[in-house]
Write a new protein. Structure first.
Length: 333
């Protein structure tokens, strides 16, 4: 029923085939379309939630169940242990086990990005190596932020350089100031983009001017910019971003992938109509209600959401109704 609400139905026959196809060659305004990259990050990556049992243990059976459903959606790959995976609340052992579980269930033509950022450079290197051994293709490394006053451009450049030098897999930088209170400075990004083992950035700040400058200033590098939210996906593509790591794709994966296709094929009016319908639901499961809202909405679309780990608590009944109303008002429920 959800898929039937999409306005551009002729694309659906191709979507099913795409999940089995080789990495796509996008057309449209993407400035990277004529540039070769050592690793193709073009497309949509859902940052997976981590399913917990009622006793708040990682529920690997439910994780595998969600993964089975995601294989029918033409994602470029999956992100494990990002912000939406409640990464700070997992033990090191759990982090590695989750990556291993996902890798075993994920087709080999799908990329697996795994969060490995820690507060110290030493710990980040160690966990990045463990993620590679567990099957991750790329390490997603969030900015260290506990001593944010000391996290100057020079300190961050040194941190990421040391990690990239030691990592057996490529790195994607991760700037998420809403969670860390620290935005990876533009000058640091431009310097790090020159490192041969740093292949991109997930930017969740939502500053379109900044994202456009990143694309513009790194076009000669083997470096790709990924939008960190479905709310500004179209705008990011218009400025040359390669893909998106979007929380909403956990719920509305097929529509978010359709938005990707419409943008890359230059169907801007249809893309704009679809983008408009995704903004409010995306805001609801990110800034407004966060991971508890994301997990609750997943249940309405046939996925396992389940509880969050404390101290994250469930939504109130009034919040649940407001969340449901947001999806209904935009034609998704």
């Amino acid at each position: 029923a959800v898929l039937g609400t999409l306005r551009v139905s002729p694309l659906w026959p191709t979507l099913a085939a795409l999940c089995r196809a080789a990495p796509r060659q996008h057309r449209g305004l993407n400035t990277h379309s004529g540039t070769g990259h050592s690793l193709d990050l073009r497309g949509i990556f859902p940052p997976l939630t981590t399913p917990f049992s009622p006793t708040h243990e990682v529920d690997y059976a439910q994780l595998e169940g969600n993964l089975r459903r995601y294989t029918s959606i033409p994602f470029r790959g999956l992100v494990v242990l990002g912000s939406n995976g409640e990464y700070p609340y997992l033990t090191t052992h759990e982090r590695v086990e989750v990556v291993s579980c996902v890798r075993q269930a994920l087709p080999r033509d799908r990329l697996l990005l795994a969060g490995s950022g820690c507060e110290s450079t030493q710990a980040t290197i160690k966990l990045t190596v463990s993620m590679a051994e567990a099957g991750a293709d790329v390490a997603l490394v969030v900015t260290p932020c506990y001593y944010r006053g000391a996290m100057t451009s020079a300190a961050l450049i040194q941190h990421y350089t040391d990690v990239a030098d030691a990592s057996p897999i490529p790195l994607v930088l991760y700037s998420v100031p809403a969670n860390t209170g620290l935005e990876l400075p533009l000058e640091a990004v431009l310097t790090l983009a020159q490192h041969p083992n740093i292949v991109g950035i997930k930017d969740s700040g939502g500053d379109i001017t900044r994202m456009g400058l990143m694309v513009h200033k790194t076009w000669k590098e083997d470096f790709q910019v990924l939008a960190g939210s479905a709310s500004f996906l179209l705008a990011s593509y218009a400025l040359g971003a390669s893909g998106g790591i979007c929380a909403l794709a956990n719920i509305l994966g097929a529509p978010v992938c359709q938005l990707d296709r419409l943008c890359q094929e230059g169907h801007w009016q249809e893309a704009r109509d679809l983008q408009h319908r995704l903004i409010e639901p995306n805001t609801a499961v990110t800034r407004r209600f966060g991971i508890p809202g994301l997990k609750k909405a997943m249940e309405w679309f046939g996925y396992y959401g389940g509880p969050c780990r404390a101290p994250l608590g469930p939504l109130s009944s009034s919040q649940v109704e407001e969340l449901r109303g947001t999806f209904s008002a935009n034609g998704w429920l």
